[in-house]
Design a protein around this ligand. Structure first.
Ligand SMILES: Cc1cc2nc3c(=O)[nH]c(=O)nc-3n(C[C@H](O)[C@H](O)[C@H](O)COP(=O)(O)OP(=O)(O)OC[C@H]3O[C@@H](n4cnc5c(N)ncnc54)[C@H](O)[C@@H]3O)c2cc1C
Length: 403
């Protein structure tokens, strides 16, 4: 793998990020050359354990007092999450997936869990001993997630959960799920609460394993009269929607980073191929059409990476919720990566569509990133809403500009 670390000189990073990136690169080279994927469930379980033993899941949780929770930083550090995902995605999609889900699945605990919940779950997540999942989507509530139906009805010291959750990554593999359920039928997004549901809870059923173009553990879950103690409520009653959005605000940026990683991997294999492949008396790389493609690709990659690390930096350093910046990064990086991978696949000709070649694999791996954690269309609406909020109330200040 080409180890170009020049981007780490960008002003978004500090030395701890630079050291981490170099160490993770070395770890990936030593540990991710071959991944047995004959069973994706086994593969992901093994990868979570490996990532935990390597110390990389420490970036998925906060440190807590005296480091008791196992995290690398006092609070989740977006730049580290992004560096980890970009690097892992360049080596293996399932390694990136396993890392990402430990963060996303436990994110609501890190943000809003009680001391006891944090102490019970987070150290085990950081060591790869407990696998996490985030159960928000439902068959009729994906992009319009505030429409979710899964119900939670109070019954003494418990809530009783009934409903269906679908598209749940790590479904059937996770040790616990962060489940978002409706606690007030008439309050829309203000009537949703987050619950920590252990996989062993009676009534929690893996209803269907969903096979997708880039295989990873994915399932539909049914909750049939699951009795969840009130002590397993995450954050405050009826504040679950905000908690879900706060969690996604952090991890959506890391989706952009994974897309940068996939795009860089495609670029590397594309250049290697173009330098080797001979046709019409010269190498594919010698044609100006090929060079123009790489000019576009390199620029798109830098655009994506700059947007991604800007969003992470805004959250970490400016301590501001980077809603607009994150939406821009997610949209630009995932759309660009899809286009880069497609263009590189074209350079491979027939070999590009041979099953399990690196580029064919990337072509499938990238697709879902444009859909989950907010489809591209949703990101456009967010960017536009934020822009109008910022400028809408202002009278143009430049001379000659009339409202
Ligand atoms: C591989 C994968 C893993 C996933 N993992 C998880 C997980 O771990 N946990 C979880 O809770 N969910 C998960 N999801 C669910 C994911 O978040 C949803 O698929 C996503 O939010 C889109 O919802 P939907 O599939 O219901 O599509 P819909 O909501 O039906 O949207 C379909 C399409 O409509 C378009 N669209 C949406 N809004 C608008 C609009 N306002 N205007 C115009 N067009 C619009 C978009 O193109 C969108 O793709 C996962 C999904 C996939 C594919």
């Amino acid at each position: 793998m080409n180890t170009d670390f020049s981007w780490l000189e960008w002003p978004f990073f500090d030395d701890s990020h630079r050291e981490m990136a170099v160490e993770l690169e070395a770890w990936c080279t030593a540990n991710l050359q071959t991944v047995d994927e004959s069973n994706v469930y086994v593969a992901c379980k093994t990868l979570v354990k490996k990532l935990g033993e390597g110390g990389w899941l420490r970036y998925c949780v906060p440190a807590g007092t005296g480091g008791a929770l196992g995290g690398a930083y006092e609070e989740l550090d977006s730049r580290s999450l992004c560096i980890a995902r970009e690097t892992l995605a360049r080596y293996h999609t399932l390694a990136d997936f396993s890392f990402a889900m430990q963060g996303l699945g436990s994110g609501a605990i890190s943000l809003a869990g009680s001391s006891e919940q944090k102490a019970t779950y987070l150290p085990a997540v950081s060591k790869g001993e407990r696998i996490a999942a985030f159960a928000l989507s439902e068959p009729d509530a994906g992009s319009d997630v505030a429409a979710l139906h899964c119900s939670a009805v109070e019954d003494g010291d418990h809530y009783v959960l009934n409903g269906t959750k679908t598209w749940i990554s790590n479904g059937g593999l996770a040790d616990f799920y962060c489940v978002f359920a409706r606690t007030d039928a008439n309050a829309g997004s203000r009537g949703i609460t987050a619950f920590l549901v252990d996989a062993s809870t009676p009534g929690l059923i893996v209803d269907e394993i969903i096979p997708v173009i880039s295989p990873h553990p994915l399932a539909t879950l049914k909750l049939l009269n699951c009795r969840i103690p009130k002590s397993q409520i995450l954050g405050q009653l009826n504040q679950g929607f905000k908690l879900a959005m706060r969690t996604l605000d952090i991890f959506r940026c890391s989706v952009a980073a994974a897309a940068v990683g996939f795009g860089k991997c495609a670029t590397e294999v594309g250049i290697a191929h173009a330098l080797r492949r001979k046709m019409f008396g010269q190498r594919l790389a010698d044609f100006q059409l090929t060079q123009a493609a790489f000019g576009d690709i390199a620029t798109a990659l830098d655009q994506s990476a700059l947007l991604t690390y800007r969003a992470a930096w805004v959250r970490d350093v400016q301590k501001r919720v980077p809603t607009r910046e994150t939406a821009m990064a997610k949209m630009a990086a995932t759309e660009s990566a899809q286009s880069i991978i497609d263009r590189v696949l074209q350079m491979f000709g027939g070999k590009g569509v041979v099953q399990s070649s690196t580029i064919e694999r990337l072509y499938r791996d990238i697709r879902a990133l444009r859909i989950y954690e907010g489809a591209t269309e949703v990101q456009k609406l967010i960017i536009s809403r934020e822009l109008i909020k910022q400028f809408g109330e202002r009278t143009p200040s430049q001379p000659g500009v009339k409202p």
